[in-house]
Ligand binder design. Sequence first.
Ligand SMILES: *[C@@H]1O[C@H](CO)[C@@H](O)[C@H](O)[C@H]1NC(C)=O
Ligand SMILES: CC(=O)N[C@H]1CO[C@H](CO)[C@@H](O)[C@@H]1O
Length: 123
Amino acid sequence: MKLIQIICALLVLTAIASASVSNRDCSLDTKVIGSWKQDGITITQYSITIENHTNKIIKSIHIATDRTLTLRDSSSIWNMEKHSNELTLPAGQSTIAAHSSHTFYCILNGTTRPNLYIKSISF
Ligand SMILES: *[C@@H]1O[C@H](CO)[C@@H](O)[C@H](O)[C@H]1NC(C)=O
Ligand SMILES: CC(=O)N[C@H]1CO[C@H](CO)[C@@H](O)[C@@H]1O
């Protein structure tokens, strides 16, 4: 196998690996969509799905993060709003229905998975 094929195989494996942070009512499922080089640095795209395991509508959710959310630029996050180190649902989709989910996307510098945890939920 050529080196490039080995690298591609590794990328596919990375994309399949996913992690979840759970609590009883809601969980976060972070997946790597892809990783590539741009302007000499490696950037990684993630999808993060918020799953509502309850039979109640989530009216708001606050997800805490830190400097591990190394956004490539301020427009590198979709379907979620970022206010300093906190993420909230965007204005156009401000609730999550019972037994439903909401997915948002981001592009980060580097390959380190961002720290994300659910700080509060209101039903
Ligand atoms: C990510 O990389 C871009 C391009 O090099 C840079 O402009 C930006 O400041 C970096 N963002 C962070 C959070 O390091
Ligand atoms: C317990 C339960 O129904 N959980 C659901 C919450 O929503 C996600 C996303 O639709 C489902 O996959 C879970 O089964």
